[in-house]
Design a protein around this ligand. Structure first.
Ligand code: GLP
Length: 241
């Protein structure tokens, strides 16, 4: 894993956006793997700046998102579909028909998950995937546990994730208890993975990810096994390494 430690959130976001710009400029119908949470918002702002400056064009770009709460409606302002529209898609010339976020209202979740894997394959795989890290080391919604799932699946959120994500909801009770998420193997299909971490709150997770122990108790630690991963983090997130 390549590691780049920068001063702060702004520098992290710019460095990540430069990697995205490189991929999009080299191949204007590339496939982006996108994530939600506070961490990638700065990256998306930089991508919007690059688009407005004429540096990148999203007309033919396709995107696939990592995860979505379940159940949730796409127009719920806490859904990841709503998030993506708000923080990126509405501000660039991407065709929303080319943007895929797991369906938080899927009736048959098994069929939906199998279809999502087929979709990723039919797009030719993901060229560049951005990942944040949960405080407990989760990636997407692949939570720590005795086992991890390889492919897209329905999962239960841990208490710690429900608590961490409750800041966005009216109360903890309102946070959905389940989610649809790409699995570890789906994430590993990406040709390049960019992991972002900012702030002291992520220092323990970054330390565990880089400890050298590869364990399902820290799903992010598995990323050390992928051949093209870069961690871009600020000094605060790197402070315990
Ligand atoms: C959520 C998402 C993850 C994200 C994580 C960290 O649970 N499913 O994809 O990486 O939270 O979020 P944040 O960036 O807000 O710390």
């Amino acid at each position: 894993m390549q590691i780049k430690v920068v001063e702060n959130y702004e520098e992290m976001s710019r460095a990540a956006a430069d990697l995205f710009a490189e991929i999009i400029s080299a191949n204007n119908d590339c496939v982006l793997g996108l994530a939600t949470g506070d961490t990638p918002i700065g990256l998306y702002n930089c991508m919007i700046d690059d688009y407005k400056a004429g540096k990148i064009d999203f007309a033919k770009v396709k995107s696939v998102n990592l995860d979505e709460y379940y159940p949730i409606a796409p127009d719920n302002d806490q859904s990841y579909r709503y998030f993506m529209n708000k923080y990126l898609f509405d501000s660039v010339n991407i065709d929303k028909k080319n943007t895929y976020v797991p369906d938080g209202q899927a009736k048959d979740t098994d069929a939906f998950c199998a279809g999502y894997e087929k979709l990723i394959n039919s797009l030719g795989g993901i060229d560049i995937q951005v990942l944040g890290i949960g405080r407990n080391g989760h990636i997407g919604f692949n939570e720590p546990g005795a086992e991890l799932h390889p492919y897209t699946h329905l999962t239960s959120l841990t208490d710690s994730t429900i608590e961490a994500n409750s800041r966005f909801f009216a109360s903890e009770a309102d946070v959905p208890k389940h989610a649809l998420t790409m699995g570890i193997r789906s994430i590993f299909k990406a040709r390049k993975i960019v992991v972002l971490a900012s702030g002291e709150g992520k220092a323990e997770a970054v330390k565990a990810m880089l400890s050298g122990n590869i364990s399902t108790s820290c799903p992010a630690s598995l990323l050390c096994l992928h051949s093209d991963v870069i961690l871009i983090c600020d000094k605060a997130a790197y402070s315990l390494v």
